[in-house]
Design a protein around this ligand. Structure first.
Ligand code: RIB
Ligand code: CA
Length: 319
């Protein structure tokens, strides 16, 4: 029994492409459960213009030029911009060399988010896999707009897990801690995929051998290679964590995950702790005594089920 496209879930993907962002775009577009209304880009792994070009390049590779791309914030709300080119490469897509995009972006990310969420209240899912600057700007310009999303699936933060960019902070929350705190406190229906869950699912070198020699298969191999080599050097195992695809997975099939409500807030001022998710794990009898807000966090995952879903969808049959 095939999937009925009329049941597909409208989503906006907000990303900082970025290698795992590109894999998240491929997963979202390869999943019939999702109807991608547009891709918004934000400064993060690479400067905004590079990330925007990368989104356009990946869509062209997939033969999906009908999907509009909307550039957003060129930097965080308050902090200096930080990038992750040591992981993703100066061009943001590892060693891959996709053709230059043949089209321009469609318009402004924040305006697109506000208009789409306002005209289709409680229908559209926001999937945010970069710093949350665009979402925070949308909320500041149209207070309450994030609450109009059906769900806000966020890759970000680290609850009980160490950070990946500082001892306590995950990159997306570190890059714009003010935006992260504002989104968590917006009252929107946020579901978080923190490092606690994304460090449980990795694309291994052995998975690459399964990929066909199609343009998309070659792209994946070339895109992930430097990041795999980097992790191979520091962890002695060639793999990359599927951070951003897991946030897309929250919208495709939540049954793959285990969830926990964590009372949490985000540190924005600490010299050593900016971007940290501060979770109140104290053993109180009543939650009313806890600091922070209740956040729905994916803290467990069936890694095998997710990897099977991911590998079966990222490569469109046509390319
Ligand atoms: O910490 C992982 C996150 O930071 C991912 O979204 C990755 O793309 C980088 O943006
Ligand atoms: Ca990202």
């Amino acid at each position: 029994m095939g999937f009925d496209p009329s049941d597909s879930r409208p989503v906006i993907l907000d990303a900082d492409p970025g290698v795992d962002d590109a894999l998240a775009i491929m997963l979202a577009l390869g999943s019939p459960e999702l109807d991608v209304l547009g891709i918004c880009t934000v400064s993060g792994n690479v400067p905004l213009d590079i990330g925007t070009g990368n989104a356009l390049k990946v869509l062209a590779l997939l033969g999906r030029d009908e999907v509009p791309v909307y550039p957003g914030a060129e930097g965080p709300l308050r902090k200096e911009a930080v990038y992750a080119t040591e992981v993703h490469g100066p061009g943001g897509l590892g060693d891959s060399a996709l053709p230059l995009p043949g089209r321009s972006p469609a318009g402004d990310a924040v305006s697109f988010m506000i208009e789409t969420l306002s005209t289709r209240p409680r229908e559209v899912t926001l999937i945010a896999v970069g710093p949350l600057t665009n979402l925070a700007l949308a909320e500041a310009q149209a207070p309450g707009v994030l609450k109009k999303a059906r769900e806000v699936c966020v890759m970000g933060g680290a609850v009980d897990e160490p950070g990946n960019v500082t001892p306590v902070a995950e990159f997306n929350f570190f890059a714009d801690p003010d935006a992260a705190r504002q989104v968590l406190r917006s009252g929107a229906s946020v579901t978080l995929a923190p490092l606690d869950v994304t460090h449980r699912v990795a694309l291994e070198a052995s998975h690459l051998a399964q990929l066909p020699a199609s343009p998309a298969g070659v792209f994946v191999r070339e895109a992930v290679r430097p990041a795999m080599d980097l992790i191979g050097r520091v962890q002695n195992r060639h793999r990359i964590y599927l951070h951003d695809p897991l946030a897309v997975g929250l919208a495709i099939d939540p049954s793959v995950f285990g969830f926990e409500t964590v009372f949490a807030d985000v540190e924005t001022e600490g010299i050593l702790t900016a971007g940290q998710v501060v979770a109140d794990r104290r053993s109180f009898s009543k939650d009313g005594n806890r600091k922070g807000l209740p956040v729905n966090c994916a803290m467990g995952v069936d890694a095998g089920r997710f990897l099977a879903l991911f590998l079966s969808r990222i490569l469109p049959s046509a390319v």
